[in-house]
Design a binder for this molecule. Sequence first.
Ligand SMILES: Nc1nc2c(c(=O)[nH]1)N[C@H]1C(S)=C(S)[C@@H](COP(=O)(O)O)O[C@H]1N2
Ligand SMILES: [Mo]
Length: 564
Amino acid sequence: MSSEPSLAVAQSRRGRLRGAAPAGLAGIGAAALGVGLGELAAAFLQTTASPIVAVGALLIDLAPPWAKDTAIALFGTADKIALIALVAVVLLVVAAVAGVLERARPPWGRVLIGLIAAIGAVAVATRTPFSPLDTVPPLLAMVVAVLTLQFLSKTLADAEQRARQRSRESAVAVGRGSAAGATGRATGNGSEAEGPAGADVESAAPPAGVDRRRFLIYSGASLIVGAIAAASGAALSAGTRAVTAVREAIALPAAAVKAAAVPAGAQFDIPGLPPVVTPNADFYRIDTALSVPLVNPEGWSLRIHGLVDNEVTITWDELLALPLEESITTLMCVSNEVGGGLIGNALWLGYPLRELLKRAGPQADADMVLSKSADGWTASTPIGALTDDRNAILAVGMNGQPLPAEHGFPVRMVVPGLYGYVSATKWVVDLEVTRFDRVNAYWTDRGWSAEGPIKIGSRIDVPSAGSLNAGPTTIAGFAWQQHTGIEAVEVQIDDGEWMPTELAAPISDDTWLQWKLDWDAPAGEHSVRVRATSSDGEVQTDARANVVPDGATGHHEIKVNVTA
Ligand SMILES: Nc1nc2c(c(=O)[nH]1)N[C@H]1C(S)=C(S)[C@@H](COP(=O)(O)O)O[C@H]1N2
Ligand SMILES: [Mo]
């Protein structure tokens, strides 16, 4: 009898040792899932660097020169891959340690994992260019890894507890000798804690092996899902890099028809007033794409079909070989609030859609063209806007560059006078000539109007709302009534008369224009309001309308506090 307690101690010691391996596995599984999802998120968000690469880059920055030299000597041009591999291996070891630590001294394992993820976040934050979005992947990795470690450790602890309980029961059963047989619950030996091989056939409760198996399945699944996520992330960012490289190598052909030069008087020199032609980097971006669609121009083609006499397909090379035309056109989002920034103006290079549609020969009963992007988004454009003499184009260039990826590379539509959601399809691959009564576009199914002509509008850009010193100042902004043109812009201060403003030289009827008014600002609280009148006499209404279903209306008004 005296040997029994020491046997139990020996068993629990062995159990603790064996427990280290599964606890390490829990740590590795948790880290793999966290890092994998973090890498995938980084690829999706197209942040400057994946957390792992950022840690590697930080190490390069921090490493003393001799270490860099040794690494280059050892690995040559593969030094970067070697570094990433090193980061990954160190991460796995630390993760295993965290798992063991979590089992022995919770919550220190989770704290360790959290610390490692924090290093990733810091590493990402040291990269340039850095945007706050870049911290999402490491933070996601942290949350996932910590929660997974907590879950796996709990599963493991439950399994171990069950096994200990069982071995206690069997120790008692052994102690009772033959009496155990009578209870019908004895097991052959005390080995259930040892794993699936334990002779637990006679047990009424679920065998301990089930708990352990469950733990192994969960941690294995974390590891595999994490590895798949990391691999997909790597493949996705490799795809991004490939398309970026293709884009950077493109030299667009010169325009057969150049845009008229922007008149010198189109741009007022007023601090705080944005340029009349919007640089690509400042151009607003709106789309439903979680990750920018990757479209390689070499594989790109556009198919024109539906209610047409001849189906037409055009490839990238064929499109570039056509006489391309330049045009400056303002693009605006239907979701732009009064005074908002979802509007921009660019120099586009492209081929007239009316020419392509002429080739296809639309049938008389067609009244709409449904354009579709590579990611399945659709827009419904009245066919008239694509066949009349306006500059509705299949664009390949924006401000002298190939389209930026987020603005539709390699090919998008630009149609003067229509909101983007019914006309400006980015990454366009398909035009179906059809009818409004046959098919709905993406936003039409979500409460927006089927047709979306841009409404007349105006905006105050300076002074920005807030405080101002009394005395002479300039009020300035933009106005637009695309495809018609602007006749006048007026400003009203408080309850005064509407005052005419000075208009900058218009680039064309399809672009916005700048306006300004000199004002001797008296001290006090003032409201400043603006309204535009179009070339055909339409005065911008002061009736407020929401952006849904077809664009906001109302006068833009700012409050300024003028101090003496
Ligand atoms: N493929 C695709 N094209 C799209 C969209 C989209 O979600 N997917 N959004 C449209 C909308 S609502 C607008 S306002 C314009 C914005 O173009 P930009 O992002 O180049 O400014 O793109 C249009 N083209
Ligand atoms: Mo939009």
